[in-house]
Every structure is written in C-alpha cells, then in structure tokens.
Ligand binder design. Sequence first.
Ligand SMILES: [Zn+2]
Ligand SMILES: [Zn+2]
Length: 1024
Amino acid sequence: MDGWASPQPSPACLLLLPPDRSEKRESLIWLHPECHSPKPASLPHVCAVGLDTRRLGCGHGEQRIGTRPVTVDMNMITFFIVGLGVHVVFFISIFDIYFTSPLVHGMSPQRVPLPPPARRLVLFVADGLRADTLFKPAANGTISAPYIRRIMEEKGSWGVSHTHVPTESRPGHVALIAGFYEDVSAVAKGWKENPVEFDSVFNESRHTWCWGSPDILPMFAKGASGDHVYTHTYSTEDQDFASTDASKLDTWVFDKVKDFASTDASKLDTWVFDKVKAFFREARGNDTLLSKLRGDHLVFFLHLLGIDTNGHAHRPMSREYFENVGLVDAGVEEMVSVFEDFFDSDGRTAFVFTSDHGMTNWGTHGAGHPSETLTPLVAWGAGVQTAQRVTSQNFEDQFLQEWNLETLRRVDVSQADIAPLMSSLIGVPIPLNSVGVLPLQYLDNTKLFHAESMYANAVQVLEQFKVKMAQKKETTLSFLFTPYPLLTESNQLDFVRRVRSLIEQGSHDEAIDLCDGMIAEALRGLSYYHTYDRFFLGASVVLGFCGWTSYVVVVILKTHAGLRKPPSPRDLASARSLGRVFLCVGAVISVFLLLQSSPWTHYVYCLLPVPVWYSVFKEFGTVADLIRSAPSLPLSRCLGYFAVVILGIELLVVSFFYRGMLTLGLVVLSGWPIASQLYTQAKVRSLSWVLGCLCLALFPLMPVVGREPNVHLVTCAGVLTLLSTACFMWLSWRRSPLHWRDWRLSVSQMVHVALCAYVLNSTHSSLKLKQGLPIFNQIVSWTTLASSLVVPLLSSTRLFQRLMSILLSLVCTYLLLSTGYEALFPPVLGWLMFVWINIEQEAMHTQGVSTNLELAHIDFSENIDITKIRQLSLDDIRRSYFFVFFIITAFFGTGNIASINSFDPASVYCFLTVFHPFIMGALMMWKVLIPFVIVMCTFETILVSTHLSSRSLFLIVLVISDLMALHFFFLVKDYGSWLDIGTSISHYVIVMSMTIFLMVLSIVSHVLTSRRIHVGWRRKTHFT
Ligand SMILES: [Zn+2]
Ligand SMILES: [Zn+2]
C-alpha cells in the first residue's frame, strides 16, 4: 500500500478503471500534462471511482491535473437507474403479494327460515369512543354515560369489540356494517371511493336511514343496490366547521385540530339527534314514509362524530371529550324514547351501541394500541339477551375490576361479528363478504333459532370459500393445483347432512358446535386460497433481491480488485452460451405465466431475477479469479468480520421494533476503541467516544409520544451548544488563529442560537398566557429556517470550521421545532460525530496508512489527491456499518416516524399556530431530517479524511440496507393485531427509500461542506 500512499513523481500518474472492463479504457486513462509517456505495466493502479464531483489531483506538487472534470461514467448512471428500478419493483411487489382484496363475488344470500325477533334496528356509532371512557367510573365514582350503564346493568348485553388495524373510521365502519376487514390496498386508493363493491347489512335491509358525517355514509349508500339507503349528512357549512376530510387518513394528527377552541364539536352529535327527531315528526304526516316505517327489516344508523372530533382537538382525557360522551349518552336516551313513542313501544326494536375505533391518550388513532383497538359494544331491545349476573369471569385483562363490572357477564366480540349480530336481529341475510361469527350469547331466542342462525352463518362463509377455490382453480394449471385438504367437496356435503339431521333431532348444541368448527375451517381455507400465490411470488422477489445484492457485491469486488486482464475468447464464448441459457429460462417462465393467465405484474416479478442473475453469473469468472489471487486476506478473519456485520444488521432490524435496541447497540459501539486497541494510542478521544455513545444511548429510552412539553430542556440544549462551541473555538484559536471574517460568523451564529432559545421560550410563555404568537418570534423563526442551509456556505471550508457552522445552523432550527428533551439530541449527536471523525483518523494511523495532513487543516474545497485514494479494506465495511447505524439512530433516536402518532403539533408553534397540514407536515419532516444531515456531513468528512472514494463506500451501504430490506420484506404483515400492518409496511418503505434518500442527501451534504459563497469584495483565498 505504501507504494502509492506516498507518491513519487512518476511518468504516468494514474489509471482509472471503469467498473466494466468491456468499456473503452483509453478514455479513462489520465495522463499528467507534462508526462505523456505510456503507462508502465508495473505501475500501481488506483481505482478512483465515484459520484464525486470533486476535482481530482495527482499529487504532483503544486501542479494539479485535476482541471479536467471527472465525468461520471455512463456505467455508473445506468447502474443507479437500474438500481432505482429494481428497488421500485421490490417496493410495489408487497402490494401484490400481501395486500390484495380478499373479496369475491357470486355467492348467494342465506336466510334463516324463522321469524326474526326485531322488525327494526337502531345502530349508534360513537366515532372514536374508547371502551374505557364509556365503562370506567371516574375517581369520584361518577359514570360518563349513566344511561348506557343502566342498560348494561338491567336489560342489555355488553362486551368489548376488538377492532383491527388500521383503526380508522372507514375500515371500522366496513367491519361493523359489512362484516369484513378491509384490505390495506384500500389505503392506496384513498378510502374515499369504494375500491371494491361489497354487500352490507344496509344493503340487505328493506330500508335504511342514516344520519351523520358525509365521509362515512355515502360509501354504504353507494355500495347498496337499488334505492333503499337514505343518507342525511351535514350541510357544507357544518362540514366546514367540523373540518373533517376523509380523503386523508384521519390519523393525521392535525386533521380536525382547526380552531376547535372556538367551536364545539359536540354540535355534530346534537345535529344528528335533532335531525332524527325532525324525521319522525315529519313521518307522522307523510303516508309513503309512514308505510315504509311500518315495515320490517329496517335499519336506522346514527353516526356520531363529535367524540372523535373532540378527542382529536382536546385529547381523550379532556373535559370536552367526557362531556361529549355525556351528551351522546343523553342523546341515546332521548332517541330510544323517540323510537318507543313512534312505534308505540311494540317491543320490536333492537338497539346496538358501539364505536368504530378508540383513540390514544394523545388524540390519534390508526395504529394498534389497545386504547385504539378496544371499543365498547352494548346491545339491548328486541331479541337481545338481558343483563346476566355471574359470580366469576375469566379475562386476561384487568378491566372488569377497573370498570367495576365483575358481576355483569361480559361477551367480547371481533368487530366484524357485529354485522351477523345485526343481520340476525332483524332477519336479513348476513352480508355476503362477511367473515364475522354470530355472537350467540347476545341473542335471547330459542335454541332452534340459534342453531339455524349458526347454520346460515356457516353456509354463508362456506359459499365464499367455494367461490374463491373455483377462481383459483381456473387460473392454475391443473397438475399444479393443490386444493385445501381439510375442506373437500365430500367434507362439505357431509357437514350439511350432519347439521340438518342434528337440528331435526333437536340436538341444537351439537349442531352449533359443528357450525362453529366449519366456520373456522372455511375461514382458514379462504385465507389459504387468498395467499395461494404468495409463496411463489415471494420467492421470485426474494430471488431478485438476492441477485441484486450479489451483483452489487460483485461490482464492489471488481472495482476493488481492478483486474486488468482482458477477457479471453474462451470467456466470451462461455458468456454467449450463458446468455442463451438465461434467455431460455426467461422464455420458459413467460410461457408458464401465459398458461396461468397471470396479470402483467407477475411477469415483472418473475422475470426480473433472470437478467439480474445473468449479470452475476457473467462475472463469476472474474470473482473466482479474484478470490484465487487474493490470498492476502485470511478467510477466517473475513468470515469473522462478516459474522459481526450480520449480527449488527440484525440488531438494526430489531431496533425498528424496539427502539431500546439502539441503546444496546450504542453501548456495544462505545466499546469499540477498547476492542480495537485504539484506546492505547488515543486515550482522550476514546474516552470522549465512550461518553458520547453512552449519552446518545439515553435518547432511545425516552418516550416518543404522550409527553408534556418542557421548554427548560430546550434552553439547556441551547446553553450546551453554546458552551461546547465556545470551548471548541477557544481550543482551535490557540492552535491556529481564525480569520476575522470566520470569527465574526461564528460569533454571530452563537448569538443566533441564543436568540432561537429565547424565541422558543417567549413563544411558549406567550401562548400559555393566550396572547398568541408574537410576530417578532414568527419572523425570527422563518428567517432561521430559510437561512439554515445558506449560512454554513458563508463559513470557511476548513474541516472543523465548516462542520461547526453547519451544526450551529441546524441546531438553531431544531431548537425552534423542539418541545422537550429531543432538543438535546443534535448537540449530543454532533459531539459524537466530532469524536468519530477524530477517532477514524486515529484508526487510519494505527493501520499504517500515513496521512500527512492534520485533520484541522483539511479543506473541503481542496482537490482530492487522487494518488491517495486507497483501495477498500475490511475496515471500510465497519465504517459503512457505523454510518448506517448512526443514520438509523438519527431516525429513531427521538421519535419513530414509522408511527404517525408521534407528531406533536406543539412543536411547530414558533412558526404557525393556525392549522395548516402541509406546512406543518413539511416542518416536521425537516425536523426529522436535521439529524440525518448531521450524520451525512460527518460521513462526507470521513470519506475525505480517510481518502476513500464515495462510491465504493456507498455500494457497501447499499448492500447493508438491501439486506435489511430483505428482512423487512419477510416481516411485512397483512393481518392485524398489535403487530401493526402499517408499521410493517412503513418499515419496509423506510429501508427501501433510505438508499435512494441517502444518495440525494449525500449530494446535499457534499455541497454543504465543499461550496462557499463569497460575499463582498474579498477574493477567494484558500487556506494552505
Ligand atoms: Zn372514526
Ligand atoms: Zn378520527
């Protein structure tokens, strides 16, 4: 290595090898202008490759040849475009593999041949009502909903209804009313229109009248066949004041936060109650309406949005939320009397009260926290079992004691079970796509009715299974089709015969058990066929993924090895035959897919691995050569290294689920100087490293959401930044005096930090006094934001001067966007990054790589001495890994953007206090990005100071993130539990976009470190 690390003037300076040897190499041989002699064969070559826009110099004293611009070679551009394409395909594939609509069509409705207990059903949905808010008595013993409590204790049945993620209004209502869990692909379609047609209880009813939000009602009216679902929604002005917008997921925290202080969201509920009263008053004088109302199979649906809106605006622990629950309770009582009056208390009305989803303590919903997935269910009236006293009940949770309901029988259901319950009460067929199981314990009816209802339920689910199987059979080659073994045709016939005979014999309980078992089996069979192609598609995508990663590894090895042996004719011949083989494979796959009449996306997933693996195999000879010719690396050491890296990657994967793992990782990292014996050479730096890691390790342990703002911590962060900057300036002043201009800039930046800390304090105290946001503060905030990426460009390009300027500038913005401990994150991260740069330099020394420049004297804008660009070593894998690790830490250190729940509107109060989702979202995004930029700039510095080309290291980063993405591909969940579907998708998305994102960021950080704006008259001077 020394041969080129300390350059001697040589006739030909360097040779740049393109990654692909088949390219014309002549164009890339760079000669010193003064030494045109041909390149001697023995010259140590240098592989300087990269997206570097930096000029390259040869190190020949003062003369630099780097005046010719380095053209980013075409190969590299193709490489990145192909890489981008491959990643996009991998990303989209999860929607085809995991999230396809489960719905099938063509089933026939199943009726129960017995008269139903109720002629009409009233469904109350209190949007966003948590189970515990309704059931739990307050500390002083008062109940938020006394009327509903009375019903539970006297004449109704109750339980907890468990919803699925995403806990949103639309999927919640679909589960309640249509009985199935909407697939996540609906997310992509915006929730607004019906992505697929579906049947519902409303559709099966004779007439349904709905009152409520314009976001929910139309989808059921639209899905219904014929003209029998009547909707009454708020007028435009009312909508305005409710400011609901279902076209977006309403988890968006800011949604609906608009100026609620002045208006009262519970008006939404009053509106519904008033409309219902008016409706019945009008009905008395309207004969057509009256005759409709006298009929049976009727549904009345009251959608009460006020609780949800108040929950978003004031959070569920607020007085407003509780008062709204009280208002709904009184409204329900009034409604019941309206119905009883109108129908002369004929005892044929059934009532169901529930909610579509709950809400977290901080006023959001969408994820799988118990506060979001547990909703109340209370049913009473015709056909519903009255309150049952029990002595003991077995539930794993402690709610019964908390709610003081130990002696009242509790029957829990899945949200989709409510649809069959409602169908059964009014005697309409269960919605065709329902996967719900009738909760018999809610019914007060004969055993015969129970058995017949369960039988209808079982046949209805079985119908879906049959249709699904027929569909799959049609599109699969017959010799490849494996039917679901536990539900053959004879099994099904047998089941029908046995249930019928059991019912005839009067063994109703046995019949019910049999039906129960059949429903479970049919549901398993449904999911079997639904996921039938999953293995095949998944395997293709994984094959493509592995191929791509192998290809990147091959590219790294090739650039690293820089083999110069031209391809022999034998190689060319074998490459040609290899091409033919892969062409055949591609043709076979296409024919196969054609026979199965697969959709075009399947062609993409299945054919993609072919060219990718072809490229890998084509290079196989080169790699084999390389391995043979590189005995310098002991295999055991390499393997050990890889084992450690794989373990590290695992740790990163787990940290996506448990942020605490980052703490563990940082603690392990803090031991690095000791493990690598750097400690003996650089005691102070090692100690700072350990301290920095341990301080940073505290952040992932802090709570992300639901914490109170703490402005004092933000002030602390400002003071900490100022102190450490002052220390650093004093130290560097003693070593080499600063130019007065840089001095002036640094001081003004420090003043700026102090100003921002002050602005934050004054904004919060002013808001606390309800005096609004002072205009001065707003101006300062926006100016800080706008200047944050420009000011560093004014500073000196000397390494630490520039880095400090970037850090100060970013910290200013971050302080303004902080509300608590997270403000300390950038200063601590900045400190650790500073130590990292220093310690990497030390690591270079210990490896015997001579560096004749001292860190403090490195200038970002200087030409890179190309003779010093070194080859990759095993240690660079560690550097890349550190980088990925710190990027992930920057991501999850203070929050978890994988969960939308972690946004706190309070953090943008310095900029605006009026509801504006896009600006707020952009500001939050920038807050998330700031730690990224810090890490990225550090990485850029390390590339410069350790003489590495950015591309080689970037390729290693690519391999690491691809390995992580592969992991998350397997971890994508399509079923809802607390293991959130949304989180699993966003993990995958985060890792996938990370690579693309890093590319963009690396350009930003390159510009941020190396460019300088010169203001005024001064000529450009370089520090030498
Ligand atoms: Zn809702
Ligand atoms: Zn909501």
